[in-house]
Design a protein around this ligand. Structure first.
Ligand SMILES: O=c1ccn([C@H]2C[C@H](O)[C@@H](COP(=O)(O)O)O2)c(=O)[nH]1
Ligand SMILES: [Zn+2]
Length: 183
């Protein structure tokens, strides 16, 4: 008996899950011991045109620059804050399209004021974020003020599932095709 299925799969991830998961995968490249942030820029045709994560600038070795955060004002040069490129900035400068006007940026953490400025100036029109845990801080309040004034729409991503797990072990491709566990 031929039990080949002719129906399409139904357990596939939705576009928004795909873009946010791409941002989260990029975040796994981050060397920041406290925050791993990823960002994914998507155009109006649902094509990914830029990906980035928080990291040291090109030519600034991860092992030579500081990753600590708190310090006396006199020691600020030995904190990451003066050096790290934020995920949003990297995703925008890494773009593989002429520009990112009208795009949506998917990001794990609501953008800070510096990223908000770059987002606005680049022409990105929508921000989809997961965490807003820094919302009480002045620079994040400033981000919302600028987005509101500039007409950049922002909304929180509400995941329909807790996990998307990528598993590279592949015993039998046909019997268990995509080793992507969704829960
Ligand atoms: O818009 C943002 C804000 C922060 N990040 C990254 C940069 C740092 O590595 C961490 C923590 O930020 P702090 O300013 O030290 O709190 O998160 C980012 O990528 N994008
Ligand atoms: Zn930022």
């Amino acid at each position: 008996m031929n039990n080949e299925t002719t129906q399409k799969r139904t357990n596939y991830i939705e576009w928004e899950e795909y873009f946010m998961a791409t941002a989260f995968l990029a975040a796994q490249r981050s060397k920041d011991p406290h925050y791993q942030v990823g960002a994914c820029v998507v155009n109006e045709d649902k094509k990914i045109v830029g990906i980035g994560y928080n990291g040291m600038p090109l030519g600034c070795p991860d092992d030579d620059f500081p990753w600590g955060k708190s310090a006396e004002a006199s020691e600020v040069l030995e904190t990451k804050s003066l050096y790290v490129c934020h995920a949003e900035m990297n995703a925008i400068v890494n773009k593989n399209a002429a520009d990112v006007r009208g795009c949506t940026i998917y990001v794990g953490l609501f953008p800070c004021n510096e990223c908000a400025k770059i987002i606005i100036q680049s022409g990105i029109k929508n921000v989809v974020y997961l965490s807003d845990e820094k919302a009480h801080k002045p620079n994040y309040i400033a981000s919302k003020r600028m987005f509101n004034a500039a007409g950049v729409l922002y909304r929180q991503f509400k995941p329909k599932r807790d996990k998307i797990v990528i598993d590279f072990t592949q015993d039998n491709w046909e019997e268990s095709p995509a080793k992507l566990r969704i829960s």
